[in-house]
Design a protein around this ligand. Structure first.
Ligand SMILES: C[S@@+](CC[C@H](N)C(=O)[O-])C[C@H]1O[C@@H](n2cnc3c(N)ncnc32)[C@H](O)[C@@H]1O
Length: 274
């Protein structure tokens, strides 16, 4: 019976086996190191505008952004809504977010420097009209994480994730670097089924999108891939350099990494459809 499948347990196993989880070590340290580059990279991306166009927001609403990173969505959202609260464990990401907010003159953002697992409704958390988690669902007990999101949301919850291979061509690079197949980790189908089992009938939209990143030169790209893949040997660096030399596209005086990915948006409204 489909009801007998423990999707949360399967999520935990898939997380445990995810290649990035095995190789990257502590995720907060990983994001601390990546923060500045990540903050820069979102400036060439139309992903924030695409996501914001899907949200159920208006000028009087409050938003909770879980795993906000450098403020990819927080910064544009804070220009539209009343207030944005951020839950973000990486101090490096929060430093970038605060700089980005100051550059835009935004003063309606509250930051909580914790993991989602470590915040408690009624203590650190209030209730929010709209709750968002965008590419930040790395919680091991995802069922508990989703239930907490539902609990603090007054109007709706929006999750943004992916399906299939991720965009950073790791499927090709991983076997060359580590002599093992790349395991992407759990995707949206686990989330959908966990939500279904807790009685939430979510709306799901899958779209093919382009992920673009601009680099001034090849070495800048090599540095980013080295950092993301957590490698340090000269042999591994050569593998990355030859991969990027073939892959990057020269356009408008810059080098571009362009990938298509299957982006997934999962949304549920409170008190209406479930
Ligand atoms: C890929 S970035 C996404 C940032 C932003 N939401 C976006 O869409 O660009 C992932 C972010 O999730 C945060 N994160 C990872 N695990 C988390 C957790 N358990 N609770 C809250 N945030 C988490 C990371 O620190 C990082 O800043």
């Amino acid at each position: 019976m489909i009801e007998d499948i423990d999707w949360n347990k399967m999520w935990m196993e898939a997380m445990e086996n995810a290649s990035w989880k095995k190789r990257r070590g502590d995720m907060t340290e990983f994001w601390d190191k990546r923060a500045r580059r990540f903050s820069q990279s979102i400036k060439d991306n139309d992903r924030p505008a695409q996501i914001i166009s899907k949200l159920d927001i208006d000028p009087s609403c409050t938003v909770l952004d879980i795993g906000a990173g450098p403020g990819t969505l927080t910064i544009p959202l804070a220009k539209i809504v009343e207030h944005v609260t951020v839950v973000e464990p990486s101090g490096g990401m929060l430093t970038c977010l605060k700089e980005n907010a100051a550059n835009e003159g935004l003063e309606n953002i509250t930051c909580i420097n914790k993991k989602w697992e470590d915040v408690h409704p009624g203590e650190d958390l209030d209730e929010y009209d709209v709750v968002i988690a965008s590419y930040s669902l790395s919680m091991v007990d995802i069922k508990a994480a989703l239930l907490k999101m539902d609990k603090v949301a007054r109007r709706s919850v929006h999750l943004f994730t992916f399906t299939g291979d991720r965009m950073w061509d790791y499927t090709e690079l991983w076997p060359r670097l580590y002599d093992e197949k790349y395991q992407a980790g759990p995707d949206y189908i686990y989330l959908y089924n966990i939500l279904y089992q807790i009685g939430i009938r979510a709306d799901v939209e899958i779209s093919t999108t382009e992920h673009k990143q601009r680099f001034s030169n090849l070495e800048e790209a090599v540095e980013q891939w080295k950092e993301s893949l957590n490698i340090s040997t000269p042999e591994a660096e050569d593998v990355i350099r030859s991969h990027l030399t073939a892959k990057l596209i020269r356009e408008d005086g810059s080098l571009w990494s362009k990938n298509t990915m299957k982006a997934v948006s999962i949304c549920w409204k409170k008190y209406t459809e479930h």
